[in-house]
Design a protein around this ligand. Structure first.
Ligand code: BMA
Length: 341
C-alpha cells in the first residue's frame, strides 16, 4: 500500500514492469525495457506517431494519437488496446463534427490530450485558428466527437484539462506562445463554468533558473489527484547550440487552488538518453502527454513522445515520485503566489 494516496479508480490491468536496476537509479522514473511501444509507419499514410494520450476504457484502453501524415501534416487518430502497450489504430482521422452535426476537420491537429471529467471524455489539442491555438472536443462513446468552442485566441499550443472540476469550474492549464517554435513560455491556468467561457486566468509556474527548464515549460499529462495535491508531469526545455532539449519534470499543485505550486522538482525526472529519444525527426525530445495510474498500488505509467517519432513508456510509483519531488523541491515566489497581478 502506498503512503501517498492516488484519488481515482483502480486500474489493475495497467501496464507495469519492475525496475531492473539498469536505468538512471537516482531518479524515480524508469523506462519500459521494450520501448519504444509505437514505431515508425504505424498506419497507412502516417509516418510517425508520438505525443499521444491514452486512458482506461471499458475492459481495455483507448487513446488519441498524434499521427504525422506522409504529407507532413499532423492529425489525431484513435487507437484501442487490451494492454496499453500494443495498439490498434483506426485508419481514418478522427471525424469531428460541430454542435450542429456538420463535419469539422481542423487544418492540422497535434499534441492531443484525453481527459475524462464526470461522464464525458474530452480531447484537447493544438489546431489552426488563424494561428496556432487550442482545440477541444467531447465524446461519450468514441464514435461521435463534438468539437467545442476554442477556449483561447491564438497563440497557444499546449493545453491540459484537469480530470475534475475544482471549486465548481473546469480547469485548463495552457502555455501562451508565439506562432513559431516559441523561445519562452510559462504555464497558466484558466477556469470555466461551462467549457465555453474561460476566465479567472492565473499564472501557475514559469521557466526556472534550472538550466534543463530555463527556456519554456508546458503542461504534460492531465494532473493526478493525490493526497499531497495535484501531481503534474510537465515538459521543460533547455536551449543548446544544436536546438532545444525537452525533458520531463514534476510538480505538485495545491488541491483547492492549483495555481499555487507546493513543490517543484529542481531536477528533471527523465531526459533524452535512449536512441529513440535522441534520434528521430526532432532529436532530444521527451514529451509527456498522459499517465495511467492505479489508486490501489500507487503505480503510474507515463506516456511520452520521443524525438517527435515514437511513443515511449516509463514507470514510477506515487510514493517514490512524490517523495523525490519533495526532497528536491525548489519553489520561487512566482510559483507559490496565487498568480494574479
Ligand atoms: C513543441 C511541440 C511538440 C514537439 C516539440 C519538439 O513546440 O510542437 O509537438 O514535440 O515542439 O519538436
Amino acid at each position: 500500500m502506498s503512503q501517498v494516496k492516488i484519488i481515482g479508480p483502480e486500474v489493475p490491468n495497467m501496464p507495469w514492469q519492475e525496475r531492473d536496476g539498469e536505468d538512471h537509479c537516482s531518479l524515480p522514473v524508469y523506462r519500459y525495457k521494450e520501448n519504444p511501444i509505437i514505431g515508425r509507419n504505424p498506419i497507412d499514410g502516417v509516418a510517425r506517431i508520438f505525443n499521444s494520450a491514452v486512458m482506461p476504457y471499458e475492459d481495455g484502453f483507448i487513446g488519441v494519437f498524434r499521427g504525422e501524415q506522409t504529407n507532413g501534416i499532423p492529425y489525431i487518430y484513435l487507437g484501442k488496446s487490451k494492454d496499453a502497450i500494443h495498439w490498434d489504430f483506426e485508419q481514418q482521422k478522427i471525424p469531428f463534427v460541430d454542435e450542429e452535426g456538420n463535419s469539422f476537420m481542423p487544418r492540422y491537429a497535434y499534441d492531443p490530450r484525453l481527459v475524462k471529467v464526470e461522464d464525458t471524455y474530452y480531447i484537447i489539442w493544438c489546431q489552426d485558428f488563424y494561428g496556432a491555438a487550442i482545440g477541444m472536443a467531447k465524446t461519450k462513446d468514441f464514435k461521435t466527437f463534438v468539437r467545442l468552442e476554442n477556449p483561447f485566441i491564438p497563440f497557444n499550443r499546449n493545453a491540459v484539462l484537469f480530470p475534475r472540476k475544482v471549486n465548481g469550474n473546469y480547469i485548463l492549464l495552457s502555455r501562451p506562445s508565439d506562432s513559431g517554435h516559441t523561445p519562452f513560455g510559462d504555464v497558466f491556468l484558466s477556469e470555466s463554468p461551462d467549457l465555453t467561457y474561460w476566465g479567472k486566468h492565473r499564472h501557475v509556474m514559469g521557466r526556472s533558473a534550472e538550466w534543463w527548464e530555463s527556456v519554456k515549460i508546458g503542461g504534460g499529462a492531465a494532473p493526478i489527484e493525490t493526497s499531497e495535491g495535484w501531481l503534474l508531469f510537465y515538459h521543460g526545455v533547455s536551449s543548446t547550440c544544436n536546438g532545444f532539449v525537452y525533458s520531463i519534470g514534476g510538480a505538485i499543485l495545491d488541491i483547492d487552488n492549483p495555481s499555487i505550486v507546493k513543490y517543484r522538482c529542481s531536477t528533471f525526472l527523465l531526459t533524452p538518453e535512449e536512441w529513440y529519444e535522441e534520434r528521430g525527426f526532432v532529436p532530444n525530445v521527451t514529451f509527456p502527454c498522459a499517465t495511467i495510474h492505479d489508486s490501489k498500488t500507487g503505480r503510474i505509467a507515463i506516456y511520452y513522445g520521443a524525438a517527435d517519432t515514437y511513443v515511449g513508456l516509463a514507470f514510477t510509483t506515487v510514493d517514490e515520485v512524490v517523495s523525490y519531488i519533495k526532497d528536491h523541491s525548489r519553489v520561487t515566489e512566482s510559483d507559490t503566489e496565487v498568480g494574479r497581478r
